[in-house]
Design a protein around this ligand. Sequence first.
Ligand code: NI
Length: 253
Amino acid sequence: MHLVDTHCHLDFPELQKDFDEVLARAHSAGVKKFINPGVGIEESRKAVQLSSEHENIFAAVGIHPHEADSVDEKILAELEVLAQNSKVVAIGEIGLDFFKLRNSKEIQIAAFEKQLGLAQKLDLPLIVHAREADAEIFKILDKFPSLRGVLHCFGGDWSFAEKVLERGFFIGLTGIVTFPNAKNVREVAQKIPLEKLLIETDAPFLAPQKFRGQRCEPAFVVEVAEEVARLRGIEISEIAEKTTKNAEELFRI
Ligand code: NI
């Protein structure tokens, strides 16, 4: 079985102490490729560095909405240089977070738009973070109609999922799908066309139900695949095959 963890922060401090074991456990669990998105410029540099050291780790570079106020011409220029590395497969994670609102909506929107411009210029897919910004995210994405990508860590309901799919985006499901009270996300897992599904851990965050409260690591992406398979009444091998194919096509890996 081959799986791709399409969103794990392998560069984060939480995963450094036993990094080699983390990768080994993921490998034993069937995880053959990893995508490590950046959240800030420092993390983007680290993601690119890790991808240069490990054949099966790919990087995305971008500034998360929590750090949107750091986006200036200098940062954009560095992102552009980093993004030209052959192991960089996407711009992300970028987007809007009106839940935590660590930066004003205006600052977040400006940073998002600038990075969308970069993705367009370099012809790279997007890894989008959207929280409590359902309407605004499309308003901005619609200014860049050629761009595609994934709405990562999906936490919305089916009607929002339909809009995401209409826009031609993939949906990334995390361990949230294993939480008994995440009814909306579980419904999306049942209804989404498999050719639009990606799986991810968002490690070190969001450990699935079985490991809830613990540090999350890429090996746990199996739990996501298993739960989606169970909810749909199909074999996990089918989820693995389809989501791996989707990830390989979207990110050209
Ligand atoms: Ni993330």
